[in-house]
Write a protein that binds this ligand. Sequence first.
Ligand SMILES: [Zn+2]
Length: 55
Amino acid sequence: MQVRCMLCGKKEDITPENVDYKKFEDNPKAVYICTLCSARTFHEAKEGQKPIKPM
Ligand SMILES: [Zn+2]
């Protein structure tokens, strides 16, 4: 299925092997953050510059 990153707007296809797949099956409106953005936010959170607010 196709999901859109809430941070960069990039569209990605996720497969049932993806950890987020079930989440979107249960809730199609769940927030998706692509690997690139999640790596970046994780890094930034670690630096303490920008706290993440997971919904
Ligand atoms: Zn992204």
